[in-house]
Design a protein around this ligand. Structure first.
Ligand code: ZN
Length: 399
């Protein structure tokens, strides 16, 4: 058996319904990431079909009218009768946060406070969409910018240690909303889409996701940031715990004692990314980027952060799955394209290098090009890649 990096399954298996493989990571809390990924779990494929596709079939049979009633019950329980905010919707201005906040406020009469953990490097399109979301949508918003010197150090280290450029952004997105909710005495937090759709285990698909390991923690010193134990980050990199707090999750006790609820709106409402896009276009003048995103065929998914394109390139190197694989799988499940079309798109776009913002991103991170590519090659697992005539070849392809 070939030894794999990050504990990846040594046998590559593709789902026979979408274009995902069993190399796609699932359900590892970001702040437990270590280079060896001892705690990692990967997309489960049984009888040829992945959990995300199975989940999608369950979704087709959901009685959405009944789910909406459950939602109304939850909202009524939390609805403010003293003009305070009654829920929090985090987002940076993408189509999903627009959809969630807008429908909660204007269809269901809630009084949401929107909170934004900004992208590491906002694209001009992402920033315009953010302003349109808040201004045209009519929301109160808190943008919470972390200490950018610390964010830079952490992002740099998470590339060098984990080849994971997006870690601080993901952490901020997840960890900020419960903290702000806590400060404002708000008991209900809505994230948008249910992550089970993208392949996290079905067992996690509960309506309330007060999962300890995901949104809160009891001992911060034992967590990992940028692949380094927090206590070591403090010692070796001279970063104080004060400066790290904003990246770390809320204390578990705070969530419990205040009875805070964190829910996915996608559990209650049928969530189709393409429709969330149309909704955002109509209601807050959301705009796709005028060009195709490198590495895929789409123009409106995750276009806020200049680092995002590089992030998906690293998933191609680490797991053999580029951005087109992610986009196509989702669209196959929603029956916008066939699997054959999906495979053609993967063949055409997966692994395309994200040139557009690359130099700017490396400049920002103080990483030399040569150093980056040298490092990148260290994250190619032998069971996925081989070098032929001085060229890296991906061994297992869907096409
Ligand atoms: Zn599948």
């Amino acid at each position: 058996m070939t030894k794999t990096l990050f504990n990846l399954p040594s046998n590559v298996i593709f789902c026979k319904e979408c274009v995902m493989s069993n190399q796609r990571p699932s359900s590892i809390p970001e702040f437990l990431h270590t280079a060896d990924r001892k705690n990692a779990s990967y997309l489960n494929i049984e009888d040829g079909v992945c959990d995300a596709c199975k989940q999608n079939k369950i979704k087709q049979k959901i009685n959405w009218a009944k789910r909406e009633k459950e939602l109304l019950k939850l909202l009524d329980k939390h609805r403010s009768n003293n003009n305070n905010y009654d829920c929090i919707v985090p987002g940076s201005g993408g189509k999903d946060s627009v959809f969630a906040s807008h429908i909660l406020k204007y269809k269901y009469g809630m009084n949401p406070l929107t909170v934004t953990w900004p992208p590491i490097l906002y694209t001009e399109y992402g920033y315009k969409n953010y302003l349109n979301w808040i201004d045209k949508g009519g929301f109160d918003n808190i943008m919470y910018r972390p200490n950018s010197n610390i964010q830079k150090i952490l992002t740099r280290l998470s590339i060098l240690n984990l080849m994971h450029p997006f870690q601080t952004f993901i952490l901020g997105q997840k960890n900020l909303a419960p903290k702000i909710a806590n400060k404002f005495g708000i008991k209900l937090v809505f994230f948008g889409e249910n992550e089970a759709e993208y392949g996290n285990p079905i067992a996690d698909n509960t309506k309330s996701i007060r999962k300890k390991s995901f949104y809160s923690a009891s001992n911060l010193n034992n967590l990992y940031l940028a692949g380094i134990k927090v206590s070591d980050l403090i010692k070796k990199y001279k970063i104080s715990m004060k400066d790290l707090m904003i990246f770390l999750p809320i204390n578990e006790e705070e969530i419990k004692t205040k009875n805070m609820q964190i829910h996915y709106l996608g559990y209650y409402l049928k969530w189709i990314p393409q429709e969330a896009y149309y909704y955002a276009v109509e209601n807050t003048n959301f705009k796709a980027r005028p060009f195709r995103t490198e590495g895929t065929y789409s123009k409106y998914n995750s276009i806020d952060d200049k680092i995002d394109d590089l992030h998906y390139y690293t998933t191609y190197i680490k797991f053999g799955l580029g951005r087109a694989s992610y986009d196509a799988s989702q669209e196959i499940r929603n029956q916008h394209i066939t699997r054959e079309e999906g495979i053609r798109l993967v063949k055409k776009f997966d692994g395309e290098f994200p040139n557009r913002y690359f130099e700017e991103v490396l400049d920002y991170l103080d990483i030399e090009k040569e150093e980056f590519f040298k490092k990148l090659d260290k994250f190619r697992s032998k069971h996925l890649w081989e070098k032929k005539n001085n060229k890296w070849i991906l061994k297992n392809k869907i096409f």
